[in-house]
Design a protein around this ligand. Sequence first.
Ligand code: TRP
Ligand code: SF4
Length: 528
Amino acid sequence: MTEDQPTPKTDGGTDSVSSDDVALDPWGSSTIEDYRKLFEQFGIEEFDAEEVPEPHYLMRRGAIFGHRKYERVAEAMANDEPFAALSGFMPTGDPHIGHKMVFDELIWHQQQGGEVYGLIADLEAHSARGMSWDEIDEHARSYLLSFIALGFDPEEGELYRQSDNRPLQDLAFEIGSTTNFSEFEAIYGFGGETNVSHMQSVVTQLADILYPQLDEPMPTVIPVGPDQDPHVRFARDAAARMRYFKVTEAFASFELDDDERALFRDLYDALESDDGVDTDDLRCEDAAKHLAEFAIGDADTATRESLHEKLENGGKEPIRPRVRFLDRNASEAAFDTLIEEIPGEKRRYEAHIDSFDLDREEAADLAQKVEIEHDGYGFEAPSSIYHRFMTGLTGGKMSSSIPASHISLLDDPEEGYEKVKSAATGGRTTAEEQRELGGKPDECPVYELYAYLLAEGDDEFATRVYEECAGGERLCGGCKEQAAELMKEFLEEHQEKREEAKELLEDVDIDLSSDRRGLGGREEDDAV
Ligand code: TRP
Ligand code: SF4
């Protein structure tokens, strides 16, 4: 087995891969060695807080480092249009400061006017982690108390558990019929030994991600750690596949694949900017000649040859830019309605319709409207944001099997204090050296606590700690004492608020004593 072939485990997860490679494994023990590789390897985009109207502090501090198409959500937020945010929690242990980041992200989106959903991933906990239903109920309650204590408004948002949500399961079933086992193999490393309920929990998670759009499609953000990106990508893909129509641009009557279409666009642009060419009287055969003669676009040879052939076959057919509706899953009735509703000049083919007067956006809106009218979902591809995993207090990764490495939101405040006091730091060996060279806040788990949690919205304070440390004015002893005090205060206050949250949780329509029969549980240790 080579290192870039992940080893399947019996639960269907995969072992994480060597440190110089990046593996995104939702059930592995994720440590991300190099976040930049996520941009190159997986196409996660770099997060720029400046593009958000009033960015959250986790955005400003770089804790949220990546995204997929978050601009859709930022735009809706800026224009006061509907948007949603959803994330899920596997109830495998106590909520901890890593979950707090996600809770805060959801709460912030709620405060910005979004429809916010928090879900308990109980099917996943039972099938992929072997938790018993009793354990799941107990942990679920605890997650929700912390979520509410931190500021989630359950009256404005929705909380649910996967096992208890019928519309969600119906959606999962529908998504399941557009996916197959080979994809599970390729995406998650599942194999013949993977338990079937684990697969069901995956389609359920895809359904979770699209759930906010069940009533009405809208930009949706999924705040998660980067280990969840495979699910996000899969859900984006599932959303696209379930659409009735695919809207593309086109230039002539024949079909093009995506690469040919991109090359045709480059060719058309080149022809348009060529003074010697009259684009109003342009034939396919002329374009074929132009394509053969000039170096246009960066397509590969096969794409050039196939487009060239199609253009030659097109002969004297005039080239005219247009938008095309490709039939993907439309019923005949939906296809007919679409034709009727397209304004202006249009042409009907067997599996597509060309429209000459609509622009791309108008066409996409119309396709979505017709789809919804004809019992389709009309889903938009969901967006995501990714936060960094916090470093363990003991230096390595945070792990539930090393209690000193992380802080649970249920830790006794004194214990939290002690954990911070004994944390690893980015300090030098001696005080003299620290004064001379400065500490290394970028490598310090204590600084991370300040930046991601203790300083909250106070940027000035976070910057001061950073600069004092790097400048050698701050020594680790005092710095940890201050952080430990703040942690103690945070835990005290949070735990009081959890008490108050109990009453609010009573009123939430969620069943936390599920009374299910089932397997007894075989909990495994895990990264937190
Ligand atoms: N798989 C997630 C985890 O391991 C939990 C989860 C389930 C989730 N459904 C989701 C996260 C939907 C985000 C969105 O923690
Ligand atoms: Fe970390 Fe504080 Fe020491 Fe700097 S002074 S290395 S921030 S503990």
